[in-house]
Design a protein around this ligand. Sequence first.
Ligand code: 6GU
Length: 228
Amino acid sequence: MRIDILTILPQLLESPFSDSILKRAQTKGLVEVHLHDIRSYSTNKHNKVDDTCYGGGAGMVMTIQPIADCIDKLKSEREYDEIIFMTPDGELLDQPMANQLSLKKNIMMLCGHYKGIDERLREKYITKEVSIGDYVLSGGELAAAVLSDSIIRLVPGVLNDETSALTDSFQDNLLAPPVYTRPSNYKGMEVPPVLLSGNFKEIDKWRTEKALERTKARRPGLINKGEE
Ligand code: 6GU
């Protein structure tokens, strides 16, 4: 899989991709992440990437030229399965969306800033718009990092057995059950005995019960989601 991220703040995205699982995915050759500085595509003598809004109003709008030139160049090099615009008015990211995107080969993500991008960019290039939640971030960069992480960890070979995605919260529309590790008694706080029993049938049953209990208490809307 290859992910190309278009941003005016490439430095902001460097560290999330330089550590842990996202780094390992790249060193293993399973995923390539390329950051593109939109500003470097500007033909304006001051490398401007934004301008005032037609019709008036506060806030700047990202101009067509640098973004269009960057996208055109990338599209001339390979076919993209999705060109995603990161925006708070996009479709809400959830696990099924991450699952679907993890099957793609080439994904482009465009990070918005200011009041947004010229609408004609959306019409001409964007195939999908994604939001990571109902709150406003200063730019799409952190959202692109979140979306990338959710996708990359699902690419076969990225996770080992210990971190397997199959037992994640949400993969079965349930939150994860509580987990414990040594010591079995911490200042009088005991680990549930069933987990120490060695009876894996009972342990599985306990985990399912706890997962259901927790989901009902915290996220009742998740239960039966997808069957609606
Ligand atoms: Cl994708 N971008 C911005 N700027 N804010 C957001 C978001 C995206 N998702 C939630 N809030």
